[in-house]
Design a protein around this ligand. Structure first.
Ligand SMILES: [Fe+2]
Ligand SMILES: [Fe+2]
Length: 455
């Protein structure tokens, strides 16, 4: 998240001014205009330059030859005269007829000043936690999977009694392969580290290289693996950076990549077998399988024209990518109903996450650009509950038809992954039939049955 906070700082003392300026830059990543007198402030305010906040010393310092300037008073009058609602923080004792429009810190205390800045701008401290970063920033080794060149120096951490030590392992410009990374992982390494100052360099390299390598030409089974890496990376990035243009490009590319593979391949069985191979993440394999089954199934549902079906498939692939994005543990991903929920021991925080993951993912996707209509609703209802919280007591038809479709397909796919054996399909379908007795749900199951019978 980046937002530029612009602050007009008026402080007559040079040393103090620099101190406050550096603090505001560090704490809030703010852009500071530092000036020395109330007179200058009035001039700037008159010109109409925008500031989010003014911070002013109460008055100028006492000198022999100059009269004391009532800095804060001048600023406050000027804001008032120009009908500006810019908040004002005054440092030092302050009396004024408009005092109620200012926040006053009687003494210069940095902590107090920072607290007032948050209050004045209506912000929370957590929104700036990224500025308090350690010198070395960890990135999971999985983030390097689609890279081949080091965009900056990369370190590993050695934990020693005297404190952590960082040792350079990959040099700027050095090339590496996924096998090299696997060797580190086999030694138990899970994270690499990048210098704080170089994190943007790293992120740029990560995004551009991953995008480029994702677009490469791979033989079908290798392509499934490449998409798996990208699925993990882009999901992680969107959770940590939010919906940014580069993240969107990577998610779009990943989804497109998966969709192309599926439409190109006529070997449903072969792809399914590959997905049972648990070297790739569970979350990816399930999403992929949902896509795969949906692509075979949807045309048979007779839901509109070929064009409309194409739209539905596009929606399903978006939903399959995003619906469980907030769940990281396989155990959490496998909770599909109230009984499963009871069986898994969860901390209150984990429980909250599991109960609200559908709703949270639906909220996240709402800011996605050019989002096809109704995707947030399908994500919200992907466990069969209309408000997206928890799991249903009984199945209902009061959710979107596409959500019903998704519920049945995901349940089927989850069972297939659980059994790890395609010969078990008839038994799986028989069990699901006991659960899905409502006609709208049953119809989807019947279609699944007919598709797999033919194989
Ligand atoms: Fe799911
Ligand atoms: Fe889910």
């Amino acid at each position: 998240m980046t937002m530029d906070i612009k602050i007009l700082l008026i402080e007559p003392n040079e040393t103090v001014g620099d101190l406050i300026k550096k603090n505001l830059e560090r704490e809030f990543d703010a852009k500071i205009t530092l000036i020395r007198s109330g007179f200058e402030a009035v001039e700037i305010i008159k010109k109409g330059e925008y500031f989010d906040l003014c911070v002013a010393r109460n008055q100028s310092e006492t000198t022999n030859d100059k009269a004391i300037e009532q800095i804060a008073g001048l600023v406050l009058n000027s804001l008032y005269d120009n009908s500006l609602k810019t908040p004002l923080i005054v440092i030092g004792e302050f009396e004024h007829t408009l005092k109620k429009y200012a926040m006053v810190s009687d003494q210069l205390r940095i902590e107090e000043l920072n607290r007032l800045v948050l209050k004045a701008l209506n912000l929370k401290r957590e929104e700036f936690s990224h500025l308090k970063m350690p010198d070395y920033i960890p990135y999971p080794t999985t983030h390097f999977y689609l890279m081949t060149l080091c965009p900056c120096d990369v370190f590993i951490k050695l934990t020693k009694r005297a404190g952590d030590e960082y040792v350079k392992r990959l040099h700027f410009g050095e090339s590496f392969t996924k096998d090299d990374l696997k060797k580190y992982e086999d030694l138990g390494l899970k994270e690499f580290f990048v210098l704080k100052e170089e994190r943007e360099l790293f992120m740029n390299g990560l995004l551009t290289q991953s995008l480029k390598n994702l677009r490469g030409n791979y033989e079908p089974m290798k392509a499934v693996e490449v998409a798996a890496d990208s699925f993990t990376i882009s999901g992680d990035l969107i959770k940590s950076l939010g919906i940014t243009p580069t993240c969107v490009a990577m998610v779009d590319q990943t989804i497109l990549h998966m969709r192309n593979q599926i439409t190109k391949s006529d070997k449903l069985g072969l792809l399914l077998k590959k997905l049972l191979d648990n070297k790739m993440s569970y979350s990816y394999r399930r999403s992929y399988m949902i896509n795969l089954v949906s692509f075979t199934l949807l045309p048979k549902m007779e839901w509109g024209s070929t064009e409309q079906q194409q739209m539905l498939l596009e929606k399903i692939s978006m939903v399959s990518f995003f619906h469980d994005i907030y769940l990281e543990e396989d155990a959490h991903l496998k909770i599909m109903n109230r009984e499963d929920l009871k069986k898994v021991a969860l901390s209150p925080k984990e429980r909250d996450l599991v109960l609200n993951h559908a709703n949270r993912a639906a909220l996240l996707i709402q800011s996605y650009p050019k989002l096809p209509q109704g995707i947030d609703l399908i994500i919200k209802q992907h466990h069969g509950v209309s408000n997206g919280v928890g799991f249903p007591e009984v199945l209902t038809v009061n959710i979107s038809p596409m959500a019903i479709f998704f519920v049945v397909v995901e349940d089927f796919v989850t069972q297939v992954l659980e059994h790890q054996d395609l010969t078990q399909l008839p038994a799986i379908i028989a069990t699901l039939k006991l659960k899905y007795t409502l006609p709208t749900y049953r119809k989807i199951l019947t279609e699944i049955e007919s598709v797999f019978k033919k194989k």
